[in-house]
Design a protein around this ligand. Structure first.
Ligand code: SF4
Ligand code: SF4
Length: 357
């Protein structure tokens, strides 16, 4: 680990130098929001936002991705033969990833890079990427990262952590990938020896600014079927309009659907992000839908993140506390409220309530 001091001009020069060896992505303001974009020559990441509207997951896992092409032209020898699209990814850097979003990548990796399933598209893109985090000096009112396995200065999933202190950036290199990027960018001035204490002060203040919290300590001990049959799901789902916003903005949601599109005699097979909040997500060809009601779909989303994942991996919740789904849900459905209800749910007292009513 090396702690480097980067002044404004060295930062700008370094990003431009890095672009000759990497594709560089960073937050850019678009209309009223910031989004991660591939930075053009001369374009700099804009850190004047608490976080981007969409998470950086699309840098590794695009919203739509072509997997195969084919021809339906009977006169050709390769008619109806699927041709895999080259998916090699050149080295790339994601700059300005907040620590909550950085933690999401190792969480999602459990799904895409496991003994049961190897998703070569995701794995190649992940391995080609250097993650440069940006510590949060102050949290939003909806952030609860400190309850979700990380914090405003969290380092998990990152190759470099940047800390802003006025006009100066400090870069903490965390992995060989991070060291390689720093060398390529020409960031090499060691920080003064007293900087560590200053960064520790900033970290303590940032952690204190996270005022929202959830309790997750009892989720693992709950009986799965008790939670599944808990009486609060219908009430919580009453206002949900199944728009899917919560899943699309979430850095830890990973579901996709595979579809064919044909134009004339040529076709593509692609995958697109999907959402368990959509009625069609589980619609069978027979017409039957095992999650016909919206409370069943909402229950699936929260049971997956806060119970199935917890039971399967015994490694925290499938949520990093970024707060996007809270900020952007049009009807104010709040994962913090539902998580607290699940964590404190007592099936016995619930059964007594029903018996005595
Ligand atoms: S964002 Fe809100 S309304 Fe839309 S699907 Fe999610 S919980 Fe339902
Ligand atoms: S569930 Fe909500 S708060 Fe948690 S990581 Fe996803 S968008 Fe962020």
């Amino acid at each position: 680990m090396t702690l480097i001091k980067i002044d404004r001009q060295t930062w700008v020069d370094g990003i431009e130098k890095a672009k000759s060896a990497y594709r560089v992505f960073g937050p850019v303001k678009e209309n009223n929001d910031h989004e991660f974009k591939l930075l053009a020559k001369g374009e700099m990441p804009d850190f004047n936002c608490q976080n981007t509207r969409m998470s950086p997951k699309a840098i590794i896992y695009p919203q739509s991705q072509i997997m195969f092409t084919y021809s339906l032209d009977e006169s050709k020898d390769d008619c109806r033969i699927m041709k895999e699209v080259e998916n090699a990814t050149s080295p790339q850097v994601a700059v300005g990833v907040r620590p909550c979003d950085a933690l999401a990548f190792p969480i999602v990796r459990r799904n895409f890079d496991s003994p049961e399933y190897q998703d070569t598209y995701w794995i190649k893109a992940y391995e080609a990427t250097t993650f440069v985090g940006l510590a949060c000096n102050a949290a939003c009112s909806t952030c609860f990262c400190t309850s979700a396995g990380t914090g405003p200065f969290g380092e998990t999933g990152l190759d470099i952590l940047l800390v802003q202190d006025g006009d100066t950036l400090y870069a903490k290199t965390l992995t060989p990938k991070g060291e390689a990027l720093a060398a390529s960018a020409g960031w090499s001035s060691p920080a003064a020896s007293d900087v560590s204490a200053r960064l520790e002060t900033l970290k303590t203040a940032a952690e204190a600014s996270v005022t929202a919290a959830v309790s997750t300590d009892k989720l693992k001990d709950k009986v799965l079927l008790d939670l599944y049959e808990a009486p609060f799901w219908e009430e919580e789902a009453f206002s949900c309009i199944n728009c899917g916003t919560c899943t699309y903005v979430c850095p830890t949601c990973w579901c996709f659907d595979v579809q064919d599109e044909t134009h004339g005699k040529s076709g593509i097979r692609m995958r697109n992000w999907d959402s368990c909040m959509f009625p069609l997500f589980t619609h069978h060809a027979s017409g039957h839908n095992p999650r016909h009601n919206n409370y069943e779909r909402l229950r699936q989303r929260f049971m997956h993140k806060l119970k199935y994942y917890v039971d399967k991996y015994d490694s925290g919740i499938q949520c990093v506390g970024c707060g996007r789904c809270i900020r952007l849900c049009p009807v104010n459905i709040d994962i913090r409220r539902i998580c607290d209800k699940m964590n404190s749910f007592d099936a016995k007292s619930c059964a007594c309530d029903v018996a005595s009513s």
